[in-house]
Design a protein around this ligand. Structure first.
Ligand SMILES: [Ca+2]
Length: 449
């Protein structure tokens, strides 16, 4: 078959896998009544005025195929934040963005992008390699190749992210999250080659954490160091559908959580930060920072404020972005599987007491799987400052979220890329990039003017 046919079939296969098993349910629009927000938050309010969909800037992305907009605009809602954090509304609100090509192809199934505190970009390839882009060129030699121990036979498996130690310049240590040949999650550290900054030692692996995975999907996979210098780890609910283990609401498992560990105080392993929220609860795992998550494939910190954005992939109806203010002391329950975004899951009513509802959600008429991004703090495009960017993996739509006053967030769609956006990433200067999983490329986000 020719290349176009092959890509078409590949895309269809990806879509059918990524969007979950229960496709038939996608067709049934069942919208349970919105449940009032719990305890701290005021009742759910109507969405603030959403900007109309913006046109794709002409000739900004010549090779992008714009996905058709849905005929009727769904109603994404913006909830008030449980703990409102006053943030300035950007003075120059961006209407649209464009993508600047950094590398249009050459990567194999890229899953994450970050930096090591210098100008190089580091991209993980699902099969188990870390590649370096330096001065716009993809270096032929991988930084790390651990494909001998990474299992990636299923869409959501493989090498899923890398995070460099905050003092990488001193200790040369970095961390990866991958599924092994048995499908189980590993968080491990490696060392850079002391004689070659573009090469790491595959024999330097220290496995910090292994989490048994009962099913192939929902492996989470993001690693990020927080402003506190601690390592945060996103884990999925273990997979299948409907969270059969009820992992999201079970504090006795590491599945369906955001974890926080100290990688410095226990050489060869990790330590539990004394301020983790469940250290005094014998029934709870001490690594847990937040819970009630389904598959937080991507999460990120605002590099200026330390606020945390968690994008949790939904099941058949709702995709969501959760917000955690920097002053949080952890312990938030983001609702899964009681709720899918701000909707009771598979019931008309549910007890939402104590649950934290998302600041943004969209339904499956607009996509199938949320890819969380970053809040822009770069210097090149001031019009983007203060906007959090996210995308839908299947459709390639990109939205921005921005503060709308009193802790609320507003949303606007800013580009239809037609791309298969697996991840966003930040460089050392805070510029934001996105990855096309199918094309194997990297594009920088820029303002449209
Ligand atoms: Ca949720």
């Amino acid at each position: 078959m020719n290349r176009v046919t092959f890509l078409l079939i590949l895309t269809l296969l990806l879509l059918s896998t990524a969007c979950g098993a229960n496709r038939a349910a996608d067709e049934i629009v069942v919208t349970p009544p919105v449940v009032a927000a719990p305890t701290m938050a005021p009742p759910v309010v109507a969405a603030p005025t959403l900007a109309p969909p913006t046109a794709v800037p002409p000739s900004a992305t010549p090779d992008a195929t714009a996905a058709p907009l849905p005929t009727d605009m769904p109603t994404p809602t913006a909830e008030p934040s449980p703990t409102p954090t006053p943030m300035p509304v950007p003075e120059t609100a961006v209407d649209a963005i464009r993508l600047l090509p950094i590398l249009e192809s050459g990567l194999s199934k890229p899953t994450a992008l970050t930096h090591a505190f210098d100008a190089r970009l580091f991209v993980t390839e699902q099969v188990g390699r870390i590649r370096i882009i330096a001065d716009g060129q993809l270096l032929p030699q991988p930084f790390l190749d651990i494909s001998d121990r990474v299992g990636s036979s299923s869409l959501e498996q493989g090498l899923l992210s890398v995070a460099f130690h905050p003092r990488y310049g001193e200790n040369g240590r970095f961390f990866v999250n991958y599924t092994d040949r048995g499908g189980n999650t590993r968080v491990a550290s490696f060392q850079v080659d002391p004689d070659d900054p573009n090469r790491a030692d595959p024999a330097s692996e220290q496995i910090l954490l292994t989490i048994n995975q009962p099913y192939a999907n929902h492996n989470g996979g993001q690693l990020q160091f927080g402003p506190d210098g601690l390592l945060y780890i996103g884990t999925g609910d273990g997979g299948s559908a409907n969270d059969p283990l009820n992992a999201g609401q079970d504090l006795g498992t590491l599945l369906g959580k955001l974890l926080r560990i100290d990688v410095d105080s226990n050489p060869g392993g990790y330590a539990i930060p004394a301020s983790n929220p469940f250290v005094n609860d014998d029934a709870a795992r001490n690594e847990i920072w937040a819970w009630g998550l389904r598959n937080p494939w991507r999460f990120s910190f605002d590099r200026l404020t330390g606020d945390l954005f968690i994008a949790d992939v939904g099941q058949n109806q709702w995709e969501e972005i959760n917000f955690q203010p920097a002053e949080s002391s952890g312990g938030e329950n983001y609702g899964w599987r009681i709720m899918e975004a701000s909707h009771c899951f598979r019931t008309g009513a549910c007890d939402a007491a104590g649950l934290i509802l998302p600041i943004f959600e969209y339904d499956h008429s607009q996509g199938c799987s949320v890819t969380g991004g970053y809040l822009y703090r770069g210097a090149q495009y001031p019009a983007l400052t203060g906007n959090y960017f996210l995308a839908d993996y299947c459709r390639g739509s990109v939205w921005r979220l921005f503060p709308a006053g009193d802790g609320a967030w507003a949303a606007a769609k800013v580009l239809e890329t037609g791309r298969t956006i697996s991840s966003f990433g930040e460089d050392v200067e805070g510029e934001v990039y996105l990855l096309d999983y199918v094309a194997g490329g990297v594009w920088q986000i820029a303002s449209s003017e």
